[in-house]
Write a protein that binds this ligand. Structure first.
Ligand SMILES: NC(=O)c1ccc[n+]([C@@H]2O[C@H](COP(=O)([O-])OP(=O)(O)OC[C@H]3O[C@@H](n4cnc5c(N)ncnc54)[C@H](OP(=O)(O)O)[C@@H]3O)[C@@H](O)[C@H]2O)c1
Length: 341
C-alpha cells in the first residue's frame, strides 16, 4: 500500500490573485488507517471559485481553511484500503476532501457515487459533484421559471451556467447567456441551445439586453456581481426573481465592493433576491439525481468539462476560473486511471 501522499497546505491568506508561496505543495506520510476509516486515491479534484473564498478569512458560509492546514476541495476518489464496515476497495466516493492525491477519512462529508449508467466519471463527477445540483436547485427552487419567462444567466458558459441555461430551455424560458469572448458565446447558442448570448468583453451588456429582451427580464441567475449584475438588475420586470448563486468578480478583492448601485430597484420593482448555497438542498438530492440524470440520459442536457492534468499545478489551474481561461467545469485529473473510468 502507498505510504506517502502529495498535498497542498495553505500557508498565507492570499491578497488579490493567489500567488506563489500562498500555498505549498508537499510530500507527507499517510497516517495509518484506524478502525472506521478508509483510504481514498483521489481521481479528480474539483476546482471551484469558492476555493478562493475558503483561503480568505472573510465572513462566509463555512469556516475558512486554517493556515497550514491542507487546502479543502471537492474530490472524486476510489477506495484503495478500508477498515470501515460497508466500504469496500474499488468503490468510488464523492465528497469534500483535500487538494491531495490520497485522503484518509471516516466518510464524513462523503457519499458513495451512484451515477447514471454509461456516464464517464469526468462527466458524472463534473456534473453531479457540484455544478449540476447548484444549477438545478438554484434555478428550479429559487428562480422558479415558467413558460415564456426571460432568463438571464451570467458566467453562462462555465460549469453552473451552461446547465442553468439548458434547464431554463427545458422549462420553456427564453434564455440569454452572458460570457466572455466570441467563442464562449458561440458555444452557448450553437452547442447548448441558448436563445441569445452577450459577449461582455466586447459588447455593451445593457444595450444587448435591451435588444434581446425589450420587455424586461423575469429571472436573473446571478453568478458574477459588479457591473454585469447592475446592468441586468436595471432591466428586471416587476416581481422578478434573482437567485444569487455567486459573485465571482469580487472573490479576489480584499474588501467587499460597494453596491449594487441600483439597490432601490429591489423595492420599486418588488424583486425577490435570494442567496442560496447548495448544501441547503441536500434532502432533495434523490429527486434531483433522477430528473437531471434523466435529462442527461435523454441528451437534453449536455455539459463540458475542462480537465487539466497535475495536482502539482492546482494553484495555476485555479487561476483559470478568474481569467475565464476554463471552458466548462474545471477538474484536475489527479490519477491517470481517472480517464478510464
Ligand atoms: N451558491 C452555491 O452553492 C454555488 C455552488 C457552485 C458555484 N457557485 C458560484 O457559481 C459561479 C460559477 O461557478 P462555476 O464553478 O460554474 O465556475 P465557472 O463558471 O466554470 O468559472 C468561472 C467563470 O466566471 C467568469 N468570470 C470570472 N471572473 C469574472 C469577472 N470578473 N467578470 C465576469 N465574469 C467572470 C469566467 O467566465 P467568462 O470567460 O465568461 O468571463 C469564468 O470562466 C461562481 O460565482 C461560484 O461561486 C455557487
Amino acid at each position: 500500500m502507498v505510504s506517502e501522499r502529495h498535498l497542498w497546505r495553505l500557508r498565507k491568506r492570499p491578497q488579490g490573485d493567489v500567488r506563489d508561496g500562498d500555498l505549498e505543495f508537499l510530500k507527507e506520510p499517510i497516517p495509518a488507517l484506524q478502525d472506521g476509516e478508509f483510504l481514498l486515491e483521489v481521481l479528480y479534484l474539483s476546482l471551484d471559485p469558492t476555493n478562493r473564498l475558503w483561503m480568505s478569512d472573510r465572513r462566509q458560509y463555512m469556516p475558512p481553511v486554517d493556515l497550514d492546514a491542507p487546502m479543502r476541495g471537492g474530490v472524486a476518489g476510489r477506495v484503495v484500503a478500508s477498515k470501515k464496515q460497508g466500504v469496500s476497495e474499488g468503490e468510488i466516493f464523492f465528497g469534500l476532501g483535500e487538494w491531495a492525491d490520497h485522503i484518509v477519512t471516516d466518510g464524513t462529508n462523503y457519499v458513495k457515487a451512484e451515477l447514471p449508467k454509461g456516464l464517464p466519471l469526468s462527466e458524472g463527477y463534473g456534473v453531479f459533484g457540484l455544478v449540476g445540483p447548484t444549477a438545478y436547485f438554484g434555478l428550479l427552487h429559487v428562480g422558479k421559471p415558467t413558460q415564456g419567462d426571460v432568463l438571464v444567466v451570467s458566467a453562462a458558459s462555465g460549469g453552473v451556467g451552461q446547465i442553468v441555461g439548458q434547464i431554463g430551455k427545458i422549462k420553456g424560458a427564453y434564455v440569454i447567456g452572458i460570457a466572455g469572448g466570441p467563442e464562449k458565446c458561440r458555444a452557448l447558442t450553437d452547442e447548448f441551445g441558448f436563445d441569445a448570448a452577450i459577449d461582455y468583453k466586447n459588447e455593451d451588456v445593457g444595450a444587448r439586453l435591451d435588444a434581446f429582451a425589450p420587455g424586461g427580464i423575469d429571472i436573473n441567475f446571478e453568478q458574477v456581481g459588479g457591473e454585469i449584475m447592475d446592468a441586468v438588475m436595471a432591466r428586471m420586470k416587476m416581481f422578478g426573481r434573482m437567485p444569487l448563486c455567486g459573485m465571482i468578480s469580487g472573490y479576489n478583492e480584499g474588501e467587499t465592493a460597494p453596491g449594487p448601485r441600483n439597490w432601490p430597484l429591489i423595492l420599486m420593482q418588488r424583486l425577490t433576491v435570494q442567496g442560496f448555497i447548495i448544501f441547503d438542498f441536500i434532502e432533495h438530492y434523490p429527486a434531483m439525481m433522477r430528473e437531471l440524470g434523466g435529462w442527461i440520459a435523454e441528451g437534453r442536457i449536455k455539459s463540458r468539462q475542462d480537465v487539466r492534468v497535475g495536482l502539482d499545478r492546482a494553484v495555476e489551474h485555479l487561476g483559470l476560473l478568474f481569467t475565464g481561461g476554463n471552458k466548462g467545469k474545471l477538474l484536475v485529473e489527479v490519477s491517470p486511471d481517472a480517464a478510464r473510468l
